[in-house]
Design a protein around this ligand. Structure first.
Ligand code: MLT
Length: 263
């Protein structure tokens, strides 16, 4: 892993692999760049693949302020500037997709394509906001482990939970490594996020939406909300919320087809 201190004083840890046109992979809540470890080798032969730990996660710094999706997007824009990358395709998993959509709104000229993977452009509804507040309270009082314990069964398809315990354990370990303050500030940022459906519908670059039929966190209809001729939709039957770990071969095919349309 490499790291860069950005002009906003945030230090981001990241993988920088391969060469050519840039593809940025953004992990989800209580994840890390490790979420993409099966996908990186499959892309780095053709692209420069940048995979950060988002602020408050992995080895990146943990500022004590709300992590609005716009704020995370700015971290990514500053990192790309530091790395001399003018344009990139952003692929965001879940919370990483919320941040990628915010990047699309704020920095459309830096975007060559957008993929939202098990994510949505919709904001939290009132019940969802209430759950964020409860999660923040739980993590503040008891740390990240009890929250992660409750989250993990929802992340994976039942079949993965039963037969691929090693993958599930990896997600538990990554989740438990999340600094509590980072998790709290991220949950706060997700709670405050706005509807970005129109932003994605008006983009001038290709968009790929990927959903898992068995996703218990974000259902396919929520992923597939945006409409438009530039928007491609792909459903993975056996995936829950974590296709990049559950079935990377089934994610990489649509992703490669999409990337070929972006560059
Ligand atoms: C994620 O995987 O990033 C989260 O489950 C997203 C969310 O809680 O909305």
């Amino acid at each position: 892993m490499e790291n860069q201190k950005l002009s906003n004083q945030v230090k981001l840890s990241y993988e920088d692999r391969g060469s050519g046109n840039a593809v940025v992979l953004l992990h989800g809540f209580c994840g890390s760049s490790q979420y993409w470890k099966e996908i990186i080798p499959l892309l780095e032969t053709a692209y420069r693949v940048i995979v950060p730990d988002l602020r408050g996660h992995g080895a990146s710094s943990v500022p004590d302020e709300p992590y609005l999706m716009e704020t995370i997007a700015t971290d990514i824009a500053l990192l790309l500037d530091k790395l001399g990358i003018d344009k990139a395709v952003l692929c965001g998993h879940s919370m990483g997709g919320y941040a990628a959509s915010a990047f699309a709104g704020a920095y459309p000229n830096k975007l060559a394509g957008l993929s939202l993977i098990h994510s949505t452009t919709l904001p939290d509804d009132e019940g969802g906001k209430q759950k964020r507040t409860e999660a923040m309270e739980l993590i503040r009082k008891e740390g990240v482990a009890p929250f992660v314990e409750g989250l993990i069964p929802k992340l994976f398809a039942d079949q993965t939970l039963q037969i691929n315990k090693a993958i599930v354990q990896q997600a538990v370990d990554i989740g438990n490594n999340t600094p509590p303050l980072g998790a709290i500030r991220s949950a706060e940022g997700m709670r405050e996020r706005i509807d970005r459906t129109l932003i994605v519908e008006k983009l001038q670059v290709p968009v790929l939406l990927v959903a898992g039929s068995k996703d218990k966190v974000i259902s396919p209809d929520k992923t597939f909300t945006p409409q438009g001729a530039h928007i491609h939709k792909h459903k993975i039957e056996k995936a829950g919320h974590m296709s990049m770990m559950e079935c990377p071969d089934e994610l990489i095919e649509p992703l490669k087809t999409f990337l070929a349309q972006c560059y």
